[in-house]
Design a binder for this molecule. Sequence first.
Ligand SMILES: O=c1ccn([C@@H]2O[C@H](COP(=O)(O)O)[C@@H](O)[C@H]2O)c(=O)[nH]1
Length: 196
Amino acid sequence: MSSDTGSFEERVNNFVVDLYEIGGLKFGDFKMKVGINSPVYLDLRVLASHPKILETLALLLWEFAGPLVERDHICGVPYNALPIATIIAAKHNIPMLIRRKEAKNYGTKKLIEGQFTEGQTCVIIEDVVTSGSSILETVQDLENEGLKVTAAVVIVDRGQGGKKNLADQGLTVHNLLTLSKVSTCYLDMPQNSLLI
Ligand SMILES: O=c1ccn([C@@H]2O[C@H](COP(=O)(O)O)[C@@H](O)[C@H]2O)c(=O)[nH]1
């Protein structure tokens, strides 16, 4: 595992190295949710098996975005962003909301779990943005409950239109990394220097 000391940029680069080493950066032919294919896939789900790297990432993400956003609550896009949002909530004592993908047909039947009042603000946490559709689904469920979504905080923007699609809907995205930055970090790794 890479060191988590150094400047903010060094720590972000170290995270990309860690992500690559644990198999979170995949090369091949991958179909995206919107139907397009890509030779690179970011699989941040693997972080669940590496809690220390997961924690480092969650804290880096909030160190970057926390000062930029106004929020009473945070809400992770299900399911990938839930552990990231949980760590941010616990470390920074920020109330968290949980969005269900489907309402239960028993009990409270709520889609948004957690305590809130109408008009309160919420920031969305997401792992990767491609088209922005996953973030928009979460925005809609939160807004249907009377919450005001102020921004989305994302680990990687793949640069495939999602940020603009969301801006067109009035939502600002703050991303820690771009796919292009991840690719540069990958090519800078000593073992990959001959690939350039
Ligand atoms: O490299 C990738 C690309 C996408 N994902 C997952 O897809 C959605 C984002 O796609 P949208 O089109 O913006 O809805 C997101 O939930 C990611 O988990 C990915 O994991 N890796």
